[in-house]
Design a protein around this ligand. Structure first.
Ligand code: ATP
Length: 248
């Protein structure tokens, strides 16, 4: 039943600059309360899929030319990114994008701007973020530009949380980070999923790590879903191990 569905991407095609066909009919689903991993090599189309969902393709001269995207029974592929944030879906972009000259705390505060809330609510949201990211609390007065890559990734996720999303699209959270920090971030993602009921769609090249934390996975190759399944089954699949272990 369509109305019971949470996020569904139905057979979308994406073209950049009117000619470059990058997604060739991608379908996927994120059920409420789940962590879903979108996997595949560099250039497979993971970022493009996330940006199609969050309506961030326009800035890159990309268009969804076929298919549709539904969130809780409503078509969302014609909305602006801000309208989507208000409906509860927010993207954390690849490369983290914290404001280097603002402190970590100021960066977090910018995440609440769509909500128009009182100081008390703002403080409550900050405390919630600091509960999950104690490192951000410790370093809250430090300018983001002087923090580590891991702290900047935490800042980016924390800022998204300030918008009180029910679903986060997370692009390549492990990028450029040491394995121990990657684990720390995925543990927090799992914790947010279980304690705050935030759903996640995460794009990752780090296949095996992502599959340890996700419930379900899709593997993209050249703009198409070539495999999908329960995360544990995918992680145990010989083809997946052979093709993707080397990439992580
Ligand atoms: P990555 O890990 O590098 O982000 P990805 O799986 O997320 O890889 P995309 O970034 O979605 O892949 O890119 C998919 C394809 O689309 C690539 O061939 C890429 O060169 C192309 N592409 C991405 N952005 C644009 C753009 N703005 N204009 C033209 N082509 C683009």
């Amino acid at each position: 039943e369509a109305a019971d569905r949470y996020l569904t991407v139905n057979n979308i095609e994406v073209i950049y600059d009117h000619v470059i066909l990058v997604l060739k009919g991608v379908s996927l689903e994120v059920p409420k309360g789940r962590i879903v991993a979108l996997l595949g090599a560099n250039g497979a189309g993971k970022s493009t899929t996330l940006k199609a969902i969050s309506n961030l393709l326009g800035a890159e001269r990309g268009d969804v030319t076929k298919g549709d995207i539904m969130f809780k029974g409503t078509r969302v592929d014609q909305m602006t990114p801000n309208q989507l944030v208000k409906r509860g879906v927010i993207q954390v972009m690849e490369g983290r994008h914290c404001f280097a000259h603002l402190t970590l705390e100021e960066n977090l505060l910018t995440g609440a701007y769509t909500r128009g809330i009182s100081r008390a609510e703002l403080k409550q949201s900050l405390e919630m973020v600091y509960h999950y990211f104690p490192r951000l609390k410790q370093r809250r007065m430090t300018q983001a530009g002087y923090t580590s890559g891991g702290e900047q990734q935490m800042c980016a996720i924390g800022r998204a949380l300030m918008a009180k999303p029910e679903m986060i699209l997370l692009d390549e959270p492990s990028m450029g980070l040491a394995p121990q920090i990657v684990e720390e971030i995925f543990e927090i993602v799992k914790d947010l999923n279980q304690s705050e009921r935030v759903s996640f769609l995460l794009a990752e090249q780090n296949t095996m790590v992502a599959l340890r934390y996700a419930d379900f996975g899709y593997i993209l190759e050249n703009g198409r879903v070539v495999m999908e399944g329960d995360a544990k089954e995918l992680a145990a699949n010989e083809d997946v191990k052979e093709f993707y272990l080397g990439l992580s």
